[in-house]
Ligand binder design. Structure first.
Ligand code: NDP
Length: 355
């Protein structure tokens, strides 16, 4: 490598440090992330996948997935994600059970911090998905994990032969309610309106389930609880409020499942990348391009409309192809990271340290 001062004088600083520079780093491990990993793996881009706090994504906390093409009789969510991960790994994806804590997308190579390491990369695919929304009342937080849950699949088993409430009027609420009837004595859906966002088929399934009861035009204003004989917190009831009259009522229950939708996991990128008012990353047209060249987004972190496993997987494929073509068209030869200010130094010849 030769280093030259812009006006041919000796450089002030020559402390250059060599780093491994990856071609693509994928942040997030749902259907979008693993599909992006599969495609970039097969394109020999040796992707790294940071799996995050919920390895495998939202489908790992669901049960039967009946609408993912290719599985005539459906497949369990966790099993589907396991297969997707292994399929990506077969083509060289390096799946790390770590969470990205910071990103620097201001210039290439981009910097990704995870664990106690900084990773450098030519391109980034963001597939961080979305997470369950909560009611945000203090008693919900107090009893979270002690009778309040946002995941029927994870916690339903603990409510065998008990009576529970499910809050929400969308497909998640219908799905979770139906699922909970496998264990529970009764499931009461509490919905703040008398119209439902849920799709007709899911709503009908819930309506036809004899174990499901309904409380419409009501919301939960407080979770009630006490301590059991071992001194553990337990939920004993809730205060419901009629959203039309304002009248409140205490109801007894053993558990409360909050199923009121999701928020995109995009906090890490806030103020760095263009997002809509709900925090979903903006992508250009039918592509996965964000406003930052070399940074792509796919899956639920950029899709608040379809939010399906199969659409997430489809956009993961789009992001991989976009990244591959963009890397081809925008080769950047580097591999050295200055440790001092090098604003007046030109690097004439560098050997990329590709991995
Ligand atoms: P939705 O946004 O569709 O529904 C959220 C529900 O929660 C709404 O009924 C909403 O009420 C209610 N709600 C929101 N905030 C509050 C609050 N603070 N207090 C009380 N109630 C509240 O989210 P879902 O998670 O149900 O579905 C998201 C997407 O995922 C949809 O496209 C859905 O089709 C899809 N999905 C598909 C499944 C499948 O096919 N197997 C399973 C699960 C989801 P309101 O209507 O009054 O706004």
């Amino acid at each position: 490598m030769s280093i030259m001062h812009q006006n041919n004088k000796a450089p002030n600083h020559t402390h250059l440090k060599r780093h491994e520079v990856h071609q693509v780093i994928i942040i997030g491990s749902g259907p979008a992330g693993f599909t992006a990993a599969l495609y970039t793996g097969r394109a020999n881009l040796k992707p790294i996948v940071f799996e995050g706090d919920q390895p495998g994504g939202q489908l790992t906390i669901t049960t039967e997935v009946e609408n993912y093409p290719g599985f005539e009789h459906g497949i369990q969510g966790p099993e589907l994600m396991d297969v997707l991960r292994k399929q990506a790994q077969r083509f060289g994806a390096d799946c790390k059970f770590e969470t990205v804590t910071a990103v620097d997308l201001s210039k290439r190579p981009f910097k990704i911090s995870a664990g106690d390491k900084i990773y450098y990369t030519d391109s980034v695919i963001i597939s961080t998905g979305a997470r369950a929304k909560l009611l945000n009342i203090p008693s919900e937080e107090l009893y979270m994990g002690y009778g309040v849950s946002a995941c029927a699949t994870c916690d339903g088993f603990f409510f065998k032969n008990q009576d529970v409430l499910v809050v929400g009027g969308g497909d998640t609420a219908m799905e979770e309610s139906n699922y909970l009837t496998r264990f529970c004595n009764s499931v009461t859906i509490v919905h703040r309106r008398d119209e439902f966002r849920a799709s007709q088929i899911m709503l009908q399934r819930a309506q036809e389930n004899p174990k499901i009861k309904w409380r419409t035009n009501q919301d939960i204003v407080e979770v009630l609880g006490s301590l059991d004989d071992k001194g553990h917190k337990i939920v004993t009831g809730a205060i419901l409020r009629n959203t039309k009259t304002g009248k409140t009522e205490n109801v007894a229950t053993n558990g409360i499942f909050v199923a009121i939708g999701h928020s995109p996991n995009t906090e890490l990128f806030r103020s760095l990348i263009d997002m809509n008012e709900l925090g979903y990353i903006e992508t250009k047209g039918k592509t996965s391009f964000t406003n930052i060249p070399g940074v792509f987004a796919c899956g639920d972190c950029q899709d608040h409309v379809y939010r399906q496993a199969v659409t997430a997987a489809g956009t993961g494929c789009i992001a991989a192809i976009d990244a591959e073509r963009w890397l081809d068209a925008n080769p950047l030869i580097y591999g050295y990271e200055p440790t001092n200010d090098i604003t007046d130094i030109i690097m004439e010849e560098e050997i990329p340290q590709r991995v």
